[in-house]
Design a protein around this ligand. Structure first.
Ligand SMILES: [Fe+2]
Ligand SMILES: [Fe+2]
Length: 166
């Protein structure tokens, strides 16, 4: 599954890099729009598990973590919007269709194989942190982008812990 996750990520990143070359904030906005979906999906599945009486010992911890991550990703999204990341209809159209599909993929994936679903999001968070690091390397220093980069690294660490926990 890990190889499949890496393959899926590499193909998606390749397509996004091609479409969004030279349009950093549009690319970041699309990435942040998509990045929220797994956390909503994890919460949805955890709610469903709770309703079915399948609440495990790590349930409340995971609910709190994933809720905090959704809020944090929405803060990132709002920042990218403040920099014009969602200014064009075509980017909004593209991202909002992609995110719907990606949400449902994550619901099914997390229900069937939660560790693998966490691994996919872990890889995506590492990719996000690398993307922001590259941007900082090529542009003027930006405290907010550095803060977001560190948030993505924290999300990756939290996902890694969650992976070990379940
Ligand atoms: Fe983010
Ligand atoms: Fe993140």
């Amino acid at each position: 599954m890990k190889k499949l996750n890496t393959f899926f990520l590499d193909v998606t990143v390749g397509i996004l890099d091609f479409i969004y070359r030279g349009r950093d904030y549009q690319r970041f906005w699309v990435l942040e729009e998509i990045a929220r979906a797994p956390y909503f999906a994890f919460l949805s599945v955890l709610h469903l598990r709770e309703s079915l009486g399948l609440r495990g010992p790590e349930h409340i911890y995971l609910m709190k973590e994933h809720f905090a991550q959704t809020v944090n990703e929405t803060e990132h999204l709002e920042y990218m919007e403040s920099r014009g990341g969602n200014a064009y209809w075509i980017d909004r159209f593209f991202a909002r269709h992609l995110v719907l599909a990606y949400y449902w993929i994550n619901v099914v994936y997390y229900w069937l194989a939660p560790r693998s679903a966490y691994h996919l999001s872990y890889e995506i968070e590492i990719h996000a942190a690398t993307t922001y690091a590259k941007y900082l390397g090529l542009n003027e220093h930006d405290d907010k982008i550095l803060e977001i980069l560190n948030d993505e690294l924290n999300h990756a660490r939290e996902l890694h812990s969650a992976m070990e926990m379940i």
